[in-house]
Design a protein around this ligand. Structure first.
Ligand SMILES: Cc1cc2nc3c(=O)[nH]c(=O)nc-3n(C[C@H](O)[C@H](O)[C@H](O)COP(=O)(O)O)c2cc1C
Length: 312
């Protein structure tokens, strides 16, 4: 690396990332699935599909439909479960020397802490992202009656404190955008000891087949992702960045370096590429290259100078 090469490294809440680009949980499998397209270790981190203690089969198909500029999914957290994740998925990523953000999902604070403790003791993750925001599981309800944990600040405090006490790994809380004011849940995560937040999970949506008059998803309701949600996500990152001291992973409709830069300029420290990887499997790596090009083109020596640098 010459001294003129722009620096892409960021510190995401204690996690050293060689560049600010990761992939969004659930859109990149466990990393190995994309190895034929590029070296996944070139990303700032690989964020793996939400894992639960027990394997899950997910919801009945159809569970993924296209909508204008977006994808509506109700996968329902299909995953291999903790034990197979540890024995079959992590070794590949470790061998590749990829940085691992392990995304976890549980039905209670205790389940999250079990997952976090095992991941740390098995050295299976470099950071943990707790998914408190999956819209597609019906068997989970919080004590306060909210459908998603991250729709209730009390529940966020309870769950985050429990996970925080269970691990010293950098801990990121993934929040739902399906709230009135994103600043409140983001501040609750910070107060409870999170090292960062991930914004946003999918927006609730539905689509109907007018010929059959049936919902296009068996689950009826799903989560909307893709370019359609990008302006909403950028605004939520901007809102949260103005009140938080902890850093943000921005996600929602990133398709290229320019859209990733929107999130960084709005105040995100890192970004994750989600649905775009289905269309272009090496999209995340192209974002890394595009960010380097942007810095060079603008004569900016360090990506950190871009974070929160929108000029309003
Ligand atoms: C098919 C699919 C599966 C997803 N599964 C998960 C998941 O398991 N855990 C999670 O935290 N988010 C999950 N998400 C949400 C994404 O990680 C991301 O927050 C969202 O899709 C917005 O980013 P995008 O517009 O770039 O896709 C999923 C999204 C899609 C489209």
């Amino acid at each position: 690396m010459t001294s003129n090469t722009p620096k892409l490294a960021v510190n995401m809440g204690g996690l050293e990332m060689k560049n600010p680009v990761t992939v969004a949980s659930g859109t990149f499998g466990y990393g190995e699935e994309f190895a034929q397209y590029f070296d996944v270790a070139l990303l700032g981190a690989v964020t793996t599909k939400s894992i639960s203690i027990k394997p899950r089969a997910g919801n009945k198909p159809p569970r993924l439909v296209e909508t204008p500029a977006g994808l509506l999914n109700a996968i329902g957290l299909q995953n291999v479960g903790l034990e197979r994740f540890l024995s079959q998925k992590v070794p590949y990523l470790r061998k590749k020397k990829a940085t691992i953000i392990a995304n976890i999902y549980g039905y209670s604070p205790e389940e999250y802490t079990t997952l976090a403790e095992r991941l740390e003791s098995e050295e299976a993750a470099d950071a943990i992202e707790a998914n408190l925001s999956c819209p597609n599981v019906h068997d989970a309800r919080t004590a306060s009656g909210a459908v998603l944990v991250s729709q209730s600040c009390e529940a966020i405090l309870e769950y985050t404190r429990a996970i925080r006490a269970a691990t010293k790994l950098p801990l990121f809380i993934k929040l739902t955008p399906n709230v009135m004011n994103i600043q409140e849940p983001a501040l609750a995560a910070e107060e409870a000891g999170a090292d960062g937040v991930c914004l946003i999970n999918t927006l609730l949506g539905m689509a109907i087949n007018t010929e059959t008059r049936r919902p296009r998803l068996t689950n009826v309701v799903g989560g909307l992702s893709g370019p359609a949600i990008r302006p909403v996500a950028v605004k939520m990152v901007w809102d949260a960045a103005r009140v938080l001291r902890i850093p943000i992973i921005g996600t929602g409709g990133i398709t290229d370096a320019a859209s990733a830069l929107e999130f960084l300029l709005a105040g995100a420290t890192a970004v994750s590429v989600g649905s775009m990887s289905f269309r272009q499997p090496d999209a995340a790596y192209r974002v890394v290259q595009g960010l380097a090009d942007y810095l060079e083109r603008h004569g900016i020596p360090d990506i950190n100078q871009i974070i929160g640098a929108m000029q309003a």
